[in-house]
Design a protein around this ligand. Sequence first.
Ligand code: HEC
Length: 201
Amino acid sequence: MRLPTPRILSCLAGILLLAACSQSVVPAASVAALDHGARPVASIQELMQLIVDPSADAIWESVSSDTSAEGTVDRQPRSDADWQVIRHHALLLAEGANLLQLESRPVAHHGRTLEDAHVDGVLSPDQVQQKVAADPRAFHAHAQTLQAAAEQTLAAVDRRSIDGLLEAGYRLDRACEGCHLVYWYPGDKRPPAAVSSAPSP
Ligand code: HEC
């Protein structure tokens, strides 16, 4: 690794100084400009497939039991490494919830159909997009509920609490359902994929 040049160091010092007095020095307008510069690349569908769904599954499966011909294996985090994995997934979910709130994000890229598009009561990407655009704050509120459940998971990890993980997992499931029932399959005709992605009771 190359050592930082004096110029970079003095820039860093400047940034630190700015950060130290940021509350009084950085005008609100430049904070807004930062937000403005954020540009979504992934669709909501891709965030679901790549971040939200796998992380939630990892959290739900962290306390579960598998029954097979050989018997039942109970799974729960035991080592620090096990807890760390759950923590990472909870962080991904918590930050994924922020990504869901970037207003110009498309529901799906052009030409993509949503999972279970063939099932009655499932909206098309255009219909979902219209619903989100009609009241973005309502959509954001659902994302914030998801974030709160992810933070509850983080708190359970910090306490090394299995019961806490189960409670947070339940709340997480409610957060997914709460949003999907409005934006994905409002007819409450649950598509099979949604049923299978929920944790076992
Ligand atoms: C803020 C709203 C919101 C929350 C919260 C939310 N979702 Fe979604 N999800 C959507 C929308 C809208 C769709 C339909 C569009 C799409 O497929 O992305 C969707 C679709 C999906 C899909 C189908 C993706 C595909 O291939 O079309 C999966 C899987 C999914 N969500 C999983 C989850 C899980 C698991 C959670 C909770 C941990 C969750 N979602 C929480 C809004 C949300």
